[in-house]
Design a protein around this ligand. Structure first.
Ligand code: PEP
Ligand code: MN
Length: 338
């Protein structure tokens, strides 16, 4: 349930509503927008019906939230969420941020080469997995903490932020120590223990859509993180399973406007995993921006033919640089920056 305060409600009236909510044993979430102030109520909705909040001074309207997700819902917040990384980067605002780099950190040399090239082309965030969820137990599993140290070195050297995946609750504290954004992979979207733990860290979370998750299931997964105490969630569309086998997955770009309609959270798109073939990554990056994405996650490898993971979908630094030029033009047409 949300309480919409009247435009002329005083601070005392706002605090009065919050006191009442807390006295009834609920949590209140205050959101001050440019035009209106909203107070979200977190707790068992059924019991709330007995509390006459509509009569409190300064209250304009009491609206039930009909969707099963509450804190992720568009009605819960007056404005769109801006996820801030340490320093100057804000995801969800006018600027579209490109997160680029190899699928996995393979060596210091490989990652630093990738970082230098993606930075030069205009990426602001470096991607690279140190803990890799691989379909086969015989495939390269990542360098672990050594990979995180290499990412941290690249961050210092090139002034990039880093996004890297946490696969389970045991290694989450370690990953969160190094990462600027903790990535939760498609296979873990419904790892509820992990989602609850993410609520306890303050680092932003990039929550990938499960490979067969509906939009509602995805938003419910985000709700776990939000309700556990971490409001810095970025959603990432990365393709879903369909009957089509020519591409690795089916990149569901319709999810971008749909999720932006349903939720206040920023949405980024990962065409690399969505398509699985490097040739089609650039057109789908263009389409993602046209659809309203707040950012992109793109695999770039200094030498895709030698990649230990996802080489077929990785752009060369040259192709990435050319693509960034096109993306800049599309962003400008839409009144955004890149
Ligand atoms: C990745 O980003 O390298 C990755 C493993 O992604 P996903 O979880 O979307 O498959
Ligand atoms: Mn990958």
């Amino acid at each position: 349930m949300i309480i919409v305060m009247a435009g002329n409600a005083t601070e005392e009236q706002i605090q009065g509503v919050i006191r009442k909510i807390e006295k009834e044993g609920f949590k209140a979430h205050l959101s001050r927008g440019v035009e209106r102030t909203i107070i979200g109520i977190i707790g068992d909705e059924r019991r709330l019906k007995e509390v006459a909040l509509g009569v409190l001074p300064g209250v304009e309207e009491v609206i039930p939230i009909l969707q099963p997700y509450k804190m992720a819902s568009r009605s819960f917040r007056a404005d769109r969420t801006l996820v801030r990384l340490n320093g100057d980067i804000e995801i969800g605002g006018e600027r579209i941020h490109v997160m680029a780099g190899p699928c996995a950190v393979e060596s210091r040399e490989q990652l630093l080469a990738a970082a230098e090239r993606v930075k030069a082309a205009g990426a602001t965030i470096l991607r690279g997995g140190a803990f890799k969820p691989r379909t086969s137990p015989y495939s390269f599993q990542g360098l672990g903490e050594e990979g995180l140290k290499i990412l941290a070195e690249a961050r210092e050297r090139f002034g990039l932020k880093i996004v890297t995946e946490a696969m389970n609750i045991h290694t989450l504290p370690l990953v969160a120590e190094y990462a600027d954004i903790v990535q939760i992979g498609t296979r873990n979207m419904q790892n509820f223990d992990l989602l609850k733990e993410l609520g306890k860290i303050s680092k932003p979370v990039l929550l990938k859509r499960g490979l067969s998750a509906t939009v509602e299931e995805w938003l419910m997964a985000a709700e776990y993180v939000l309700a556990s105490g971490n409001l810095n969630v970025i959603l990432c569309e990365r393709g879903i399973r369909s009957f089509e086998t020519y591409t690795r997955n089916t990149l569901d770009l319709s999810a971008v406007p749909v999720v932006k309609h349903l939720s206040h959270l920023p949405v980024v798109v990962d065409p690399s995993h969505g398509i699985g073939r490097w040739k089609f990554v650039a057109p789908m990056c263009c389409a993602a921006i046209a659809a309203g994405a707040d950012g992109l996650l793109v695999e770039v490898h200094p030498n895709p033919a030698e990649a230990l993971c996802d080489g077929a979908q990785s752009l060369t630094p040259e192709n990435f640089t050319v693509m960034m030029e096109d993306l800049r033009k599309i962003a400008a047409v839409l009144g955004r920056k890149l």
